[in-house]
Design a binder for this molecule. Structure first.
Ligand SMILES: Nc1ncnc2c1ncn2[C@@H]1O[C@H](COP(=O)(O)OP(=O)(O)OP(=O)(O)O)[C@@H](O)[C@H]1O
Length: 335
């Protein structure tokens, strides 16, 4: 049975040398290869990985903002990838994106009210009065004063601007939000407040989230399932508790190193964080792309790409030597 949101065999490539910043370079960036996962209504899936692993591209491909090279995205039974932009319009209302630095995506000369009402205007929804009323109501729900309607985003702190961005994303009453690093750049207490707000809104409105972050701690707070990406491929996918307590891929175990001890259990393996920069996605390493940085790589890892395979209920890993055996039992010695 298909999930409410289903990503199937998704590939996204960018050709270099066709203009823009990258016109000096040649080749193809395989930003995403063979991505498969599902999300149920009212739930959160986390996308985690280092910079350049393909998280934002995946979020954008789900929202039909990037055209996949192959594969499909199904939303509530409809294959979005087969739709022309005009047919996509009713779905745009259902799905919105919240960006990392909302100030970058806000026009500093527009008032907060205009910013929040803009999606309604663009989609020609409501009347002037109903748009204003909805924007003011959402501002209040975000813990901001209605007076903010006539002020400018520059008058607000990072955390307040993130609340304004969330209010804007909610104006069209979407069912799905793609949250792209919504807490990065905020201090720890503000991060916690935004995460709590997102959790409350999810319960109240039945929202579904695709939560993109390089911070496993933030993702594990909201997500029921986590997808770990490395150089455009899924290396592990698992229910959150399983991933955090029994990671199967050495790369996942190295991301756990950054988790506070109260989130990670004492006996959970956590390898040192990967050293150096990830390899280039234009010319990725042979076999398992992580083998060049993996502390336990064997010759087969450079020769053959491991397929994603199930090791426990809901847990799949692409590794020749997973840290758990096929029945999900940890196969590592406690430190
Ligand atoms: N429009 C584009 N044209 C060419 N290459 C792109 C484009 N968008 C993304 N890429 C490349 O695709 C790869 C994945 O990028 P993406 O931004 O999805 O990664 P990310 O995991 O979200 O990283 P970050 O955390 O830094 O945002 C990178 O190598 C990036 O340079």
């Amino acid at each position: 049975m298909s999930a409410w949101l289903e990503v199937k065999n998704l590939d996204v490539s960018f050709k270099l040398g066709e203009g823009g910043l990258l016109r000096q370079s040649q080749g193809t960036i395989h930003a995403l290869s063979d991505i498969n996962f599902g999300l149920e209504k009212g739930q959160t899936v986390g996308l985690i990985g280092e910079s350049g692993s393909g998280k934002s591209t995946l979020g954008r491909a789900i929202l039909h903002l990037v055209r996949p090279t192959a594969g499909s995205v199904h939303f509530d039974g409809t294959d979005l990838t087969s739709l022309a932009e005009r047919q996509m319009r009713p779905f745009r209302q259902q799905m919105q994106m919240v960006f990392q630095d909302p100030f970058d995506s806000m026009n500093a000369r527009m008032t907060v009210g205009q910013i929040i009402m803009e999606p309604l205007l663009l989609q020609r929804l409501g009347t002037t009065r109903s748009r204003r009323e909805r924007a003011a109501m959402l501002l209040e729900r975000m813990g901001l004063d209605r007076l903010a309607m006539n002020r400018y985003p520059g008058q607000y702190s990072g955390g307040q601007r993130q609340r304004i961005a969330i209010a804007r994303a909610l104006t069209t009453q979407p069912q799905l939000l793609v949250l792209d690093e919504p807490t990065s750049g905020l201090d720890v207490s503000m991060q916690a407040r935004i995460l709590n707000l997102l959790q409350d809104l999810q319960r109240e409105m039945g929202l579904s989230y695709v939560f993109i972050s390089h911070d496993l701690g933030a993702v594990s707070y909201l997500a029921q399932n986590i997808v770990v990406l490395y150089l455009g491929r899924i290396v592990e996918i698992a229910p959150t508790a399983r991933l955090v307590n029994s990671p199967a891929h050495p790369y996942t175990a190295s991301l756990l190193d950054a988790l506070p001890p109260m989130v990670r259990q004492a006996e959970t393996p956590h390898l040192p964080p990967p050293t150096g920069e990830p390899p280039s996605p234009v010319n990725p390493p042979s076999g398992c792309a992580f083998h060049t940085r993996c502390p336990q790589a064997e010759p087969i890892c450079a020769a053959e790409r491991p397929a994603l395979r199930a090791v426990a209920d809901g847990q799949q890993v692409a590794c020749h030597f997973p840290l758990v055996s096929v029945n999900g039992t940890p196969s590592y010695a406690a430190p």
